[in-house]
Design a protein around this ligand. Structure first.
Ligand SMILES: Cc1cc2nc3c(=O)[nH]c(=O)nc-3n(C[C@H](O)[C@H](O)[C@H](O)COP(=O)(O)OP(=O)(O)OC[C@H]3O[C@@H](n4cnc5c(N)ncnc54)[C@H](O)[C@@H]3O)c2cc1C
Length: 297
């Protein structure tokens, strides 16, 4: 009888497996070294089977959506990474949209609009997956995921449980999801009119396009606001750091709240630049900045 290794077992569980994959191919900022393997489950069942194998073999793993909020070390990580991109089945039940976690948020907004369901217009254009948006409590223009989320199904050490969104203690770019995995969730929307919804979505998208470096390689806003009325982008601009760079990493010329990879940017350049900005903000404004971007090293 052949003894199968973890990779082979995961492959047999129905997930795609890419050994030694470079994560830079999967992050919007195009940074990140190799991991043991990238695992791409085809269904929630194959994800659960893969998790069982990883856990019974005591393998370390992490989960990613579409990699639009991640900064991963160029040295790579000795872990398996599960990517939810193929978990995109959804169904509509009246004013509820129930979707798996890998569906792009933008796609869910468009589905809602086509059905005349209102409530997510402000969130249109936030890149990334539904699961990533829930994990981060993503938001824009005064609306956050917590405002439209009804329930979330989480995987936690062999168990799958449904929680009301209130149980997840969602606040500004923060939830209590922790090491649990979001499998699927429901959005509660309100009946409206498709035409008006589309119009509002386009308006928010236009505002985003005017202000943000949409077509550059970034991971979104670099830092969280330390308090409600302190706008990090404006503060960085006041420090004269717009366009400031370390190696190939640069503070965006278009929006000083964004860190962009302007060419051959390296993880260490990004970390140096983050430290410089944090120090200068502390010195000038007395505020301590926390990164919004998730750093994996
Ligand atoms: C140009 C640009 C504009 C942006 N604008 C905004 C904005 O307006 N507002 C905003 O809030 N964000 C914004 N972002 C940041 C980012 O798009 C969001 O945070 C997004 O929700 C992340 O989703 P993702 O699928 O890419 O997550 P990833 O980057 O893949 O992961 C982010 C975190 O979520 C966790 N995660 C992902 N999926 C799951 C899951 N299924 N279960 C458990 N944990 C999971 C990961 O482990 C990681 O810790 C922007 C980014 C870019 C590049």
């Amino acid at each position: 009888m052949i003894v199968l290794n973890t990779l082979e077992k995961i492959y047999l569980s129905g997930s795609e497996v890419i050994p030694n994959e470079k994560i830079s191919k999967h992050t919007s900022i195009e940074i990140g070294g190799k991991v043991k393997a990238l695992i791409v489950p085809n269904t929630v069942s194959s994800l659960l089977r893969s998790l069982e194998i990883l856990e019974s073999n005591e393998e370390e793993y992490r989960i990613m959506g579409l990699g639009t909020n991640l900064l991963v070390s160029d040295d790579g990580l000795d872990v398996f990474v599960l990517k939810t991109e193929r978990l995109s089945a959804f169904e509509v039940k009246g004013d509820l949209i129930v979707s798996e976690s890998g569906t792009p948020l933008k796609r869910l907004c468009e589905i809602a609009a086509s059905l005349g369901l209102s409530g997510m217009e402000e969130l249109y254009g936030i890149p990334g997956s539904f699961g990533g948006a829930i994990y981060m409590n993503a938001g824009a223009y005064g609306k956050e995921m917590k405002d439209v989320l009804e329930w979330v199904e989480l995987y936690d050490g062999g168990k799958v449980e449904r929680f009301s969104s209130k149980d997840l203690e969602m606040s500004y770019r923060k939830t209590s999801v922790g090491n649990r995995i979001i499998l699927r969730a429901a959005l509660k929307l309100k009946k409206g009119y498709s035409e008006g919804i589309y119009k509002r979505m386009k308006e928010y998208l236009r505002r985003r396009l005017e202000k943000q470096p949409i077509f550059e390689k970034s991971a979104g806003s670099l830092f969280k606001r330390p308090r409600p009325n302190f706008y990090v982008g404006s503060a960085i601009e006041k420090l004269g750091l717009k366009g400031f760079s370390v190696g190939g990493m640069k503070i965006s010329e278009k929006h000083a709240g964004f860190l962009v990879n302007s060419g051959n940017g390296k993880f260490e350049d990004a970390i140096k630049l983050i430290e410089i900005v944090r120090e200068k903000i502390k010195e000038k404004f007395g505020e301590t900045l926390e990164t919004e971007v998730r750093i994996w090293r």
